[in-house]
Design a protein around this ligand. Structure first.
Ligand SMILES: [Zn+2]
Length: 203
């Protein structure tokens, strides 16, 4: 689960950092915690998968971009300010982009971008936009198999963990200088040990 959320966490931290730099605002630890929370927040609906007969948590209202983005932008503005309204919206938007089929070339995903105006799930395949019904999308997809893909080397795990490791490295060097680059080999050693343990534990 932690591996599945790695890219969202890395992007959350990076976006908060870049936003602070761009607007000349000092971002404290709590801003980074909030950034990470927002970039993974829609996925807390996984809990409800166990309480309903839905096959995918992307069917819940928490994965309906138009509704959630309007709410987040409004609440961010009301509770904080325009800065957080925009930052929170970008982080949530990122999450849905990451969940979109074909984003970064990763299949087994899908978001009903235009719900409640359209029930179709939009994505990309071979450079074209693909439109699927919920049934078509779920025919070959399985939440468990998508999650398991992070536990061994394959396109999805290399792509997501590769980008994550580069982003973590970038952030680390911003705070502690060139020594931050050491994070890259450390990150991959931990991942490789994790994959080896998973493989030799009988999977
Ligand atoms: Zn999600």
């Amino acid at each position: 689960m932690a591996l599945a959320g790695m890219l969202d966490i890395a992007v959350g931290i990076t976006v908060v950092f870049l936003f602070g730099k761009f607007f000349g605002q000092k971002m404290g630890l709590m801003s980074y915690v909030a950034g990470v929370f927002l970039s993974i927040a829609p996925d807390f609906d996984i809990i409800f998968l166990y309480l309903t007969d839905k096959k995918s948590h992307h069917e819940f209202i928490t994965h309906r971009p138009i509704i959630v983005l309007a709410l987040v932008a409004g609440i961010g503005w009301f509770v904080e300010n325009k800065f957080w309204s925009l930052l929170a919206s970008i982080l949530i938007f990122w999450h849905y982009l990451h969940d979109t089929e074909g984003f970064l070339g990763i299949k087994e995903n899908g978001i009903a971008w235009l719900w409640p105006f359209s029930k179709y799930y939009y994505g990309f395949s071979d450079g074209k936009i693909v439109v699927k019904t919920s049934e078509e999308r779920l025919k070959n997809a399985s939440f468990k198999s998508a999650l398991n893909q992070y536990l061994y080397p394959n396109y999805r795990s290399f792509m997501e963990l590769g980008i994550s490791s580069l982003l973590f490295c970038f952030i680390c060097t911003q705070f502690i200088g060139y020594k931050g680059m050491l994070l890259f080999p450390i990150f991959w050693i931990i991942i490789l040990i994790g994959w080896a343990l998973y493989k030799y534990s009988g999977h």
